[in-house]
Design a protein around this ligand. Structure first.
Ligand SMILES: Nc1ncnc2c1ncn2[C@@H]1O[C@H](COP(=O)(O)OP(=O)(O)OP(=O)(O)O)[C@@H](O)[C@H]1O
Ligand SMILES: [Mg+2]
Length: 341
């Protein structure tokens, strides 16, 4: 398998809920939208989604409640049988796998943190965290060692023998995170993993996932309602509406060039200056001279110099010093003042 091949490749994936979804989809008139489908008694949980996730990438999925985020991610691990389309994991069509091979795939490669925590109520924190290691056949001693390590990492040291019902919502969520960290899977599906955490521990957990992604090249699909979290973590953001992906792009492209009116409205509240970099505004056809600004700097970071530097066009340099183009000061100021693009 080449390193450039996507880890997850979804093509024209549909997940319809209703009485006879396959039959309905096969006979559905061309161009039938979400509301038409609903009028026929079906819910389009996922509607014709095609998306690739690359190795080492963090894809963040956003969208309003009910837009299909959880359903899509459940399709990726075949927790849902899809109604149409194909999903490949490392080039393997997962719909073609036997039950046993599917379980093996999940155990060996996939980690999941569910919105609902999904803990085993009659097992302690330690036993819950060690559970996937047990399923993998790891011996008792190394299981315990590893579980203790990740319990410490999520800040639950001293609570190893508690039962889930004895923990707060945020603590239960951390058990779920620890359990998925324990096995260091290649592919991580995280469904609002930090929603119940307070800001400080939430940030620590974000850092931990960033570290793992960076160090170990993990592929992560992450659902969140929190734009700050998305901007901090995402390589790309997919925005869903009514089961469909409206746009999947880098954060700066999402805010600079929203593909639809819906995406524009959805991202309206974001402080664009924190997302857009000088590199994103640099135009290769503009040859500006003199002192450069770094391409990776955000417009927010450049705010002071943008106010002071009155040149109409400012050269932008990549990390290695080569000039990649010129940035119009007007455009940068527009981003800074919030009336961009
Ligand atoms: N098992 C199911 N049976 C019937 N309908 C379902 C089922 N699971 C999900 N749906 C419907 O599919 C749509 C998408 O649900 P989903 O849980 O994926 O939304 P979401 O984007 O994750 O929302 P939230 O942000 O609230 O978690 C909803 O309309 C939901 O009611
Ligand atoms: Mg959900």
């Amino acid at each position: 398998m080449s390193d450039n091949a996507p880890v997850i490749s979804a093509k024209n994936v549909w997940k319809l809920f209703g009485a006879e979804p396959e039959k309905y989809l096969a006979n559905m008139p061309e161009g039938h939208g979400f509301d038409d489908i609903r009028a026929d008694g079906y819910i389009a949980g996922v509607k014709d989604v095609s998306i690739d996730v690359n190795r080492g990438e963090m894809l963040v999925i956003m969208g309003l409640s009910g837009s299909g985020k959880s359903t899509l991610v459940r399709c990726f691990s075949r927790l849902h049988e899809i109604t149409g389309g194909t999903i490949e994991i490392d080039g393997q069509d997962i719909m073609a796998l036997s039950d046993k091979d599917l379980i093996d795939l999940r155990r060996s490669k996939m980690g999941m943190v569910f919105q609902s925590f999904g803990l085993l109520p009659h097992r302690t924190v330690l036993e819950n965290v060690a559970f996937p290691l047990e399923m993998r056949g790891q011996d008792g001693h190394s299981r315990r060692e590893r579980a203790l390590e990740v319990i410490k990492l999520v800040g639950l040291e001293g609570r190893e023998e508690y039962f889930p019902r004895e923990l707060s919502g945020g603590q239960q969520q951390r058990v779920g995170i620890a359990r998925s960290l324990a096995i260091e899977p290649d592919i991580w599906f995280l469904d609002e993993p930090f929603s119940a955490l307070d800001p400080l521990i939430r940030r620590e957990m974000q850092d931990e996932f960033l570290r793992l992604q960076d160090m170990l090249g993990k592929t992560i699909v992450f659902i969140t309602h929190d734009f700050d979290e998305a901007l901090r973590l995402a390589d790309r953001i997919a925005i869903m509406k009514d089961g469909a992906v409206e746009q999947c792009d880098t954060p700066d492209q999402i805010v600079l060039n929203p593909a639809t009116e819906y995406v524009r409205k959805f991202t309206e509240e974001i402080d664009k200056a924190r997302v857009v970099t000088a590199g994103a505004l640099a135009d290769a056809s503009i040859t500006a001279k003199g002192a450069t600004v770094p391409a990776q700097a955000t417009i927010k970071e450049l705010a002071a110099s943008l106010v002071a530097d009155k040149r109409a066009e400012i050269p932008v340099a990549a990390v290695d010093g080569t000039v990649v183009g010129g940035m119009k000061r007007q455009a940068a100021l527009a981003v800074l003042l919030g009336d961009a693009a």
